[in-house]
Design a protein around this ligand. Structure first.
Ligand code: SAH
Length: 344
């Protein structure tokens, strides 16, 4: 079965020609698909063509299995179903500058970060570009009149470990004839696959690159992130600087505070040394504790101290707001519950 939604207009043109259809229909079909329409809604295409499309492939690769809305801040958490029975999570946050959707790029993850729930059962498979687009379309439907305005690739999965599909998704979601979401409104978060960061810099896709650094030294980083055994912090930051040079986009450094591991004043100072002179912004995140992980978060005071140390050293840093605290906003929890239900 083809996944029509993940195809570029030129590819649709070719496919339609093979089906004995007029190639100019590709433009109409592309617009419908990118809007998230079902075959039955594509009323300016002949019934005959719609039947052919149905026989050959699928229209909507993603549906909403469960949705929770926070009574505190209106954050919505989705559990999305894929056609093969797998599911992934998405979170929709309302900010004053527009609705922001956190999109998953893989079912699970194989990076093995010790604090993260998404990686507990490894990586099941990559998502296709259509499955990433499908998450945005589901969120748009849930929003009614409003539209997803910003995207962060921060759901389950390591985007640069699913490189081709993620690049295809970025080109499609920003396509003028499609959802047309500006690349400057999109962030890609990575645990730091240095060579892929360099490759990504060449794509001409000026998205914001977020690096999940979480430690100021290789020694500490290796204790919480296996990827640190493959690429040193220096190699990774050099790749980020290359990305900055190529795209002009300031790098965001993500840093989750874990008690007794990376959250002391000494580490704040080491981090300031490391980032001195680099055009970047640090997002300090209080750790979301995950039941299966033996790592502890920090107190409000520790967060403040860490931030003020960075500030004194003239490193631009803010605390990331936590949202949807009452709806298991923390990554991976909803999917885990559903998997347990499915097994039962
Ligand atoms: N694989 C990508 C994107 C997915 S995770 C990456 O590593 O960046 C999105 C962000 O959430 C990353 O910065 C990740 O390190 C962070 N994260 C994962 N589990 C967390 C937890 N329990 N508490 C706080 N942040 C967490």
């Amino acid at each position: 079965m083809r996944e029509w939604m993940g195809m570029y207009p030129e590819e649709l043109k070719q496919a339609l020609t093979q089906l004995g259809e007029k190639p100019f229909r590709a433009g109409q079909l592309f617009q419908w698909l990118q809007k998230g329409a079902s075959f039955d809604e594509m009323t300016n295409l002949s019934k005959d063509l719609r039947e052919k499309l149905k026989t050959e492939g699928i229209d909507r690769p993603v549906t909403v299995r469960e949705e929770r809305i926070s009574t505190i801040d209106g954050t919505r958490k989705f559990l999305f179903s894929l056609r093969d029975g797998n599911c992934v999570e998405g979170v929709l946050m309302r900010y004053h500058y527009g609705a922001t959707l956190c999109v998953s790029t893989q079912v699970g993850c194989r990076m093995g970060c010790r604090f993260c729930a998404s990686t507990l059962d490894g990586c099941v498979r990559n998502l296709t570009a259509g499955e990433m687009l499908g998450q945005v379309q589901c969120a748009n439907r849930a929003l009614g009149d409003e539209r997803v305005h910003n995207i962060v690739l921060m759901g389950s999965g390591e985007p640069l470990d699913n490189y081709e599909n993620v690049v295809r998704f970025l080109r499609l979601v920003s396509h003028e004839e499609g959802l047309n979401i500006g690349l400057r409104h999109i962030s890609l978060s990575t645990c730091g696959l240095a060579p892929k960061i360099r490759q990504f810099a060449e794509e001409g896709l000026p998205v914001t690159l977020s690096l999940s650094l979480h430690a100021p030294t290789d020694e500490i980083r290796k204790t919480i992130m296996p990827i640190a055994n493959r690429y040193s912090i220096q190699e990774t930051l050099d790749a980020c600087k290359y990305y900055l040079k190529k795209t002009g986009r300031r790098i965001v450094i993500e840093y989750a505070l874990i008690d007794g591991v990376n959250a002391g004043m000494a580490q704040a100072n080491q981090l300031a040394d490391l980032l001195r002179g680099m055009q970047c912004h640090v997002n300090v995140i209080p750790l979301n504790t995950v039941k299966e992980r033996k790592l502890n978060g920090v107190t409000e005071n520790q967060v403040k101290e860490f931030l003020s140390t960075l500030e004194k050293r003239h490193i631009s840093a803010t605390r990331r707001r936590e949202m949807g605290d009452d709806i298991e906003g923390a990554c991976g929890q909803l999917r885990k519950k559903a998997m347990q239900e499915d097994r039962a």
